[in-house]
Design a protein around this ligand. Structure first.
Ligand code: F7E
Length: 347
């Protein structure tokens, strides 16, 4: 029997990879997408994917959708996912990330679908916040952003519905996972796109915030397999997915520039710090207060031993390979003219 999956947030990075993965497994895939957020990556999957306009904050519309689609599996990936933006729009972060999850869980319960649906909740390593690394499923949660607090609320709602109503709900606590499909609002893609542009002649430096933040960066394509694996287990549970290796933003920058043959030397401190081309002295990287957050999670490094043991999941892509594949994808995008070239005129 062909299974049906419903993916909320299907237009995002993870939604794109997950829909491709599930289609290859023979699933019928339905996706919830905000009407103003339908973009390129989805083109490749249509018409195999059925898209539905919608929004997690619209409880009645969600119930109608579940009734119509009758999914076997729901992957709740939709979110206000930018941590810094969540400081600027905290009420939206809470309404979408926590309230939206509640709307889905309640719909399942009210429609009496508790026994027929399996539910994946996209939880986040941001929930660990200030807790010391390495973080695993037993680490105390100390979020320090509206995003992290809202995700933690959704995490507990998911657990509550699992324990109270017997719903098959699993939380995937995913550490940062990146790819060429990441938007440039996130630091990895912001870096790799700028590096590719500089190779082609861009003159303006790359301007970043906190270079010392340490993250556990993996490749998104590896992580969507873990989401699927969680829902194939007889017993629902919570799992950390991470590489176990951590690098600073600065490490990422250095690695990305080395991919185009440039070495960096650092001068100055704090907001005055600059990364210069080791050969020519040209300023390639600057720091600006705009990109700092009111409070920062300093070190995230996950321990995914449980996922390895129970799901057989492990990441396949190293940090160096991730940086290389992202820089190369941005180079290719420029070569083929896929990305806009506004910076060229500006430069
Ligand atoms: O920041 C620092 C920034 O915005 C990473 C989301 O998927 O992963 C992601 O959240 C680090 C932070 O991702 C810039 O301060 C420095 O320490 O790429 P990011 P994030 O906040 O870690 C978690 C697990 C999620 O769940 C989220 O949904 O990089 N940083 N300079 C910068 N960050 C940005 N965005 N831009 C900068 O210029």
């Amino acid at each position: 029997m062909r299974k049906t999956a419903l993916i909320t947030g299907i237009a995002g990075q993870d939604g794109s990879y997950l829909s491709a993965f599930l289609l290859a497994k023979g699933y019928r895939v339905h996706g919830l997408v905000r009407w103003d957020n339908r973009n390129d990556p989805l083109d490749a999957f249509e018409p195999d994917v059925v898209l539905h306009n919608g929004d997690l904050t619209d409880a009645n519309a969600l119930s109608m959708l579940l009734k119509r689609v009758q999914p076997d599996e729901i992957y709740n990936l939709a979110a206000l996912s930018h941590v810094k933006v969540s400081f600027e729009t905290p009420a939206s972060a809470l309404a979408i990330n926590a309230g939206g999850t509640l709307n889905l869980l309640e719909s399942i319960r009210v429609l009496g679908m508790e026994k027929s649906v399996r539910f994946y909740q996209a939880s986040s390593s941001e929930m660990f916040g200030g807790s010391p690394a390495p973080q695993n499923e037993d680490t105390p949660m100390q979020p320090c952003s509206p995003y992290g607090a809202a995700k933690l609320s959704a995490y507990w709602l998911a657990r509550t519905y699992r324990e109270s109503y017997g719903l098959h709900v699993s939380n995937g606590i995913l550490f940062n996972h990146e790819s060429p499909l990441r938007s440039v609002d996130f630091v990895t893609r912001k870096i790799t796109k700028a590096v590719a542009e500089m190779e082609k002649g861009r003159l303006e430096p790359l301007v970043l915030g906190n270079l010392e933040a340490v993250r556990d960066w993996g490749y998104a394509q590896d992580y969507v397999e873990g989401m699927y694996q969680m829902l194939q287990r007889e017993k629902p549970d919570d799992y950390v997915l991470a590489t176990g290796k951590a690098h600073s933003v600065r490490d990422f920058v250095v690695r990305a520039f080395s991919q185009i043959g440039l070495g960096l030397v650092w001068h100055g401190e704090g907001l005055g710090e600059e990364g210069r081309d080791a050969r020519t002295g040209r300023v390639l990287v600057k720091v600006d207060a705009t990109f700092f957050r009111p409070s920062e999670v300093h070190v995230l490094r996950g321990d995914a031993a449980k996922a390895r043991r129970l799901l057989g999941w492990q990441p396949r892509t190293s940090f160096d390979d991730l940086v290389a594949l992202m820089v190369n994808a941005d180079r290719e995008a420029l070569r083929t003219g896929y990305e806009d070239r506004a910076w060229m005129q500006a430069g």
